[in-house]
Write a protein that binds this ligand. Structure first.
Ligand SMILES: *[C@@H]1O[C@H](CO)[C@@H](O)[C@H](O)[C@H]1NC(C)=O
Ligand SMILES: *[C@@H]1O[C@H](CO)[C@@H](O)[C@H](O)[C@H]1NC(C)=O
Ligand SMILES: *[C@@H]1O[C@H](CO)[C@@H](O)[C@H](O)[C@H]1NC(C)=O
Ligand SMILES: CC(=O)N[C@H]1CO[C@H](CO)[C@@H](O)[C@@H]1O
Length: 381
């Protein structure tokens, strides 16, 4: 970054640094985006059937997480093609049925249980064809693709979604899940448009902004897919008039950072060192909203180390492990068939205890802070 833009950035100031600690700790609630995976079959699973193809939460397991495990944060996934049907396109026209189902889940978490919920459009910064996520669908804002939704549409979508939650202080806005293989300056433009839309709606809650390369922490300062510039060169240029935006990071601990292998061979702390320094240098904070490990001692240790690393570095304000959620069926969410989901009461792919009884019990539960934020608007402090 040039000195002049550095000064401009410091003047704009994304937010002020306060005493650091983990404010939010919890789990992903996956399922609202399910039922569309069908390679080369555009539109498959749309709109989908509630509680058959997709579902957001099981209220009983939310009770378990909040009442017994004492977490205060859930990342709730949904699919933009369901929220904004293809017929009307990305923007402010929602499918009210789908929105109502989603809002019911968010309201249960935030109003009945009185903890925080991160709204997660699980779309990889793409809209139009989720049939082979993460790679299918036109990239939002790609002006060379006439079928792509525009950055302005993305802004209109976020303005409308934020407007609907403007009076709910326990909501957090996650701009998009895992952008990748696209120009990093376009991610910046889309993130900035969304921030502008949310603030125009009058919503003051915390925003989480992703970078490139599946928003991976280990590669934050590196070139990622198709030669895209490092996230570190762009994501410090975001401007939030309310200074309530943090960086959204994903970090798996297996060999290729995908969360698809049982062994944890990538050390979180050293892989995150460059990101951590960048956050400090730029006065930024981050949350790690996806990470995970398999059902084995090496991963229990690696997951513990990652959570403790965040607790000891005050640029990190929260985390959510991947993933609980009601309708996994035989799809293993993370880290090998013997791991399974974190949904209490379910079994792993082999019929054995799932990750709630293994990974959560061994590596997460002992590391849940006892002083998590319980009241007030979602914010950086
Ligand atoms: C989908 O289409 C691509 C490109 O035409 C092709 O390479 C691939 O084999 C197809 N996949 C399936 C499952 O048909
Ligand atoms: C809206 O969503 C509901 C629930 O998934 C679905 O039944 C309905 O067909 C959808 N409508 C449109 C226009 O997509
Ligand atoms: C919801 O979770 C509870 C507690 O684990 C379980 O008993 C119940 O079967 C679940 N319901 C559904 C529909 O998955
Ligand atoms: C490891 C893993 O499953 N991570 C994922 C988060 O969200 C979707 C699932 O809906 C995956 O495709 C991501 O990569």
């Amino acid at each position: 970054m040039f000195a002049s833009s550095l000064i401009a950035f410091l003047a704009a100031g994304l937010f002020t640094v306060t005493g650091g600690k983990i404010l939010y700790a919890g789990v992903n609630e996956s399922g609202g985006e399910f039922g569309v995976f069908s390679p080369n079959n555009t539109g498959f699973g749309l709109p989908g059937r509630f509680n058959i193809d997709y579902a957001f939460i099981n209220k009983s397991t939310i009770d378990i997480f909040v009442d017994r495990e004492k977490i205060n944060f859930f990342r709730v996934t949904f699919l933009m093609e369901r929220m904004c049907p293809l017929a009307t396109g990305l923007g402010s026209v929602f499918n009210e049925t789908y929105f109502g189902e989603f809002a019911d889940a968010i309201n249960y978490i935030t109003k009945t249980k009185r903890v925080y919920a991160l709204l997660d459009p699980h779309n990889y910064m793409r809209y139009g064809d989720p049939s082979s996520q993460p790679f299918s669908g036109p990239i939002i804002g790609d002006t060379s693709d006439p079928t792509a939704a525009t950055t302005a549409q993305f802004k209109a979508f976020w303005r409308e979604l934020a407007r609907r939650f403007v009076n709910n202080p326990k909501v957090v806005f996650g701009l998009n899940n895992e952008p990748h293989t696209m120009p990093t300056d376009l991610i910046l433009a889309n993130d900035q448009a969304a921030i502008d839309g949310i603030r125009e709606a009058g919503a003051a809650q915390l925003i989480l902004a992703p970078g490139n390369g599946f928003t991976g922490g280990h590669s934050w300062t590196q070139v990622t897919g198709n030669g895209a510039a490092p996230s570190s060169e762009f994501m410090n240029k975001l401007v939030d008039p309310l200074k309530n935006t943090a960086i959204d990071i994903h970090e798996y601990l297996d060999i290729d950072f995908s969360g698809s292998h049982a062994e944890c061979t990538q050390p979180g702390p050293s892989n995150l060192a460059a990101l951590t320094q960048w956050l400090k240098d730029n006065n930024l904070k981050a949350m790690i909203t996806e990470f995970g490990g398999g059902n084995n001692e090496g991963c229990f240790q690696a997951v513990s180390e990652l959570i403790q690393y965040m607790a000891h570095n005050d640029v990190y304000i929260g985390w959510a492990i991947w993933a609980a959620g009601p309708i996994w069926g035989t799809a293993s969410p993370c880290c090998g068939a013997d791991t399974g989901s974190l949904e209490p009461g379910q079994v792993n792919d082999l019929g054995g205890p799932n990750a709630f009884k293994t990974v959560w019990a061994k590596a997460v539960r002992p590391n849940i802070p006892s002083d998590l934020k319980r009241n007030g608007i979602s914010s950086l402090s």
